[in-house]
Write a protein that binds this ligand. Structure first.
Ligand code: C5P
Length: 208
């Protein structure tokens, strides 16, 4: 049973404002992506990265126009995968324990994904800022990566058209839309995503 790590790193990371794609920005002395690769390589049989054309290394594939299109490209290069461990290069504080917990939770479901309980009260609003309703916080989770799937279920979900892939903010939502069952795995508080310079500084402080 082949476990393949899939790392979408094909984004430009414009919100970070760096001179290179986000995954390759230096964080605590090495490119951001290296932190995730080290953890995934310890758990997976191999790892396929989807990167921008100028940043490819041997065995990597070119990213697509959206995050999920990048995941699709990487998974297509791993036909042997039975389990796919998708993890964003933008989450360098991922731990081996969290990846293993997600892989272990895959029994009997199509996906097992890292998530954190929502601690703020969440409201749904009109575009003009008028509140529509207050949601029940006890049932809300903020979803992260790693997201681990039965590779067959993820392949099927990624057969969606490009517009659907572009609208998806995670892979689990595509698996859910294709009728798959997905389970949450509670993540430790540190598994932050680097989007802004402040996030990068926070990650750097935690990794040094
Ligand atoms: O932009 P955002 O932070 O949501 O991107 C999440 C991850 O998806 C990043 O690791 C980014 O490099 C990746 N991505 C990709 N291909 C794209 C856009 C984003 O692999 N076209």
């Amino acid at each position: 049973m082949s476990v393949v790590g899939i790392v979408p790193a094909g984004g430009s990371g414009e919100r970070l404002g760096a001179d290179r794609p986000k995954a390759f920005v230096v964080c605590a002395g090495r490119p951001l992506i290296e932190w995730s690769l080290e953890v995934l390589e310890a758990v997976c049989d191999r790892v396929v990265v989807a990167a921008p054309p100028d940043w490819l290394r041997p065995g990597w594939v070119e990213g697509g126009p959206s995050r999920s299109a990048s995941v699709r490209n990487a998974l297509a290069a791993a036909p042997e995968a039975r389990t796919a461990v998708v993890h964003d290069a933008a989450r360098p504080l991922v731990t081996r324990e969290l990846v293993e917990a997600c892989v272990g939770a895959l029994m009997g479901v199509d996906g097992a994904i890292a998530a954190a309980r929502v601690t703020d009260t969440v409201k749904e609003a009109h575009p003009d800022g008028t509140v529509l309703r207050t949601l029940d916080r006890a049932r809300l989770w903020a979803v992260q990566t790693p997201q681990v799937f039965r590779a067959e279920a993820l392949r099927r979900a990624l057969e969606a058209d490009d517009a659907t892939l572009a609208a998806a903010t995670d892979d689990a939502s595509l698996v859910e839309a294709a009728g798959g069952t997905v389970r949450l795995v509670e993540a430790p508080p540190g598994n932050i995503k680097v989007t802004t310079e402040a996030d990068l500084a926070r990650a750097e402080a935690a990794l040094c």
